[in-house]
Design a protein around this ligand. Structure first.
Ligand SMILES: *Cc1c(COP(=O)(O)O)cnc(C)c1O
Length: 460
């Protein structure tokens, strides 16, 4: 399997080179040259435990990894989850919750970042290479990435978060990791500022080569890949429980990474009847799917900070498909969008997509309702999804809602919704006593570049 850039530049790369490169050198995102059709394997995969299913799916895309290595990576990545099923599916009221928060940082991003950390360690060990990861986070990516690579040889990580705009628990989850290979940078700006600094650093090819930069943001193909697995796993569980031929998924969406994995599963032939994209008030993507116009506006802070994103970096992968796989068209679209802040591709999105927006009042009401009626506590991101997903229920296609974080990470929202102090987890409570380390920096690429270089050269 080889990987090409959405912008058409460069030669196709192997899987290993793709994941080490992160963002393509022409500024595009990597996509597999072809998507395997797995319809004739679904029945053989149906009853597999999570790690065996992960092995079968990932090996189709990672054919330059030896089978034993991939097994080791998968087992190590998911052995640390606190649930034997890794991502269990629980029926709650009218929906099925796909619980993706049983990893070390209690967020769905662990599913991909534990895998990526182990994958990096294996590949760098083979080549005696070194990697300096630069990442932007609106909350959950940072801690999940840090837990994926902390203490590992050959890897350093620099994580930028918008100063004061991640929840106190999220901040502690990052800044209490004081391993020497972890550098937390609090940027005086928004998440989009952080993301732009990462893009600028990657687009400076000299800097990128000199500093051996690597990416763990959802632009890294390995993250999308690891997330494809749980769409299959959940569909199989719910089909077995309900006898349904097809299922629907609702995905609380920010950067379009998670739902793009669902779209890949659909392309591979998993019978997905609808992929419901749910946003909070930062609804550029919901507006796009409902109006055909992709138009950025200012970021508004909400109760679901990991979805407070306007320009969704992974959306380019989907636009590439909408452009019929024509890199020239895609490049023109991206240039137009960059120049005007608006894009009207004029191509109808695939019928599997539906979209909606859950606002703050609706999110709080959903949390309250699920607690009062079903004694099930939703985190605010999951609640945005359930709010929107509830508008797309269908008797013949059960609804699977992705539960993307443990509610204990967002205690304030839970208190606002229920007037009760319900949101606790011993792992998070323990963080309050630990020492922290972070550096506050301006929203300026040159300032961050200097920190990265000085740290690598041992000056910082
Ligand atoms: C990152 C995140 C999301 C959004 O996922 P994308 O892949 O960026 O669309 C939703 N919920 C939580 C809790 C997250 O951490």
């Amino acid at each position: 399997m080889r990987y090409i850039s959405t912008r058409g530049g460069g030669e196709p790369l192997s899987f290993k080179d793709t994941i080490l490169t992160g963002l393509a050198r022409d500024g595009g995102l990597f996509l597999p040259e072809t998507v395997p059709d797995v319809r004739d394997r679904l029945d053989a995969w149906r009853a597999l435990p999570y790690t065996d299913l992960a092995f079968e799916i990932i090996r189709l895309f990672a054919d330059d990894l030896p089978d034993e290595a991939l097994r080791w990576i998968v087992n190590k990545s998911y052995g640390c989850f606190r649930h034997a099923e890794v991502t269990p599916v629980v029926p709650v009221g009218p929906v099925h919750m796909l619980e993706l928060f049983h990893g070390p940082t209690l967020a769905f991003k662990d599913v991909a970042l534990q895998f990526l950390g182990n994958l990096f360690e294996y590949v760098l060990g083979e080549t005696c290479g070194e990697l300096n990861i630069v990442a932007a986070t609106s909350g959950d990516t940072g801690s999940a990435a840090i837990y994926g690579v902390r203490g590992r040889a050959r890897i350093r990580i620099f994580v930028m978060h918008p100063h004061g705009r991640v929840s106190p628990v999220q901040e502690r989850q990052m800044t209490t990791v004081t391993s020497p290979n972890v550098c937390n940078l609090a940027v005086k700006g928004t998440f989009d500022d952080c993301q732009n600094i990462v893009k600028d650093l990657f687009n400076d090819l000299d800097f990128r080569d000199a500093c051996k930069l690597g990416a763990v943001n959802s632009i890294n193909w390995a993250r999308v890949l690891a997330q494809i697995v749980y769409y299959f796993y959940a569909a199989f569980r719910v089909q077995a429980a309900t006898g349904a031929d097809t299922v629907r998924f609702t995905v609380p969406t920010g950067n379009f990474g998670d739902i793009f994995a669902g779209y890949m599963a659909w392309k591979m032939g998993l019978p997905i009847d609808k992929l419901v994209l749910a946003t909070n008030e930062n609804d550029i993507l919901a507006r796009y799917f409902n109006t055909g116009v992709y138009s950025a506006s200012a970021v508004a802070p909400t109760l679901s900070p990991s979805m407070d994103i306007q320009v969704a970096s992974n959306f380019e992968r989907y636009l590439y498909d909408l452009a019929g796989g024509n890199a020239a068209t895609l490049k023109k679209w991206m240039a137009d969008f960059k120049a005007t802040g608006t894009l009207t591709p004029g191509v109808t999105p695939h019928a599997c997509f539906a979209a909606g927006r859950g606002d703050t009042a609706g999110t709080l009401a959903t949390i309250r309702k699920y607690w009062d009626t079903y004694a099930y506590l939703l985190d605010p991101h999951t609640a945005v999804g359930v709010t929107v997903g509830s508008q797309f229920l269908d008797a013949s296609a059960p609804m699977i809602c992705l539960a993307t974080a443990h509610p204990a990470k967002f205690g304030d929202a839970i208190r606002r919704a229920t007037y009760l102090d319900l949101a606790h987890h011993p792992i998070l409570d323990a963080l309050m006593k630990l020492p922290t380390r972070m550096q506050v920096v301006p929203a300026d690429t040159a300032a961050v570049a200097k920190i990265v270089r000085d740290t690598i050269e041992g000056k910082a």
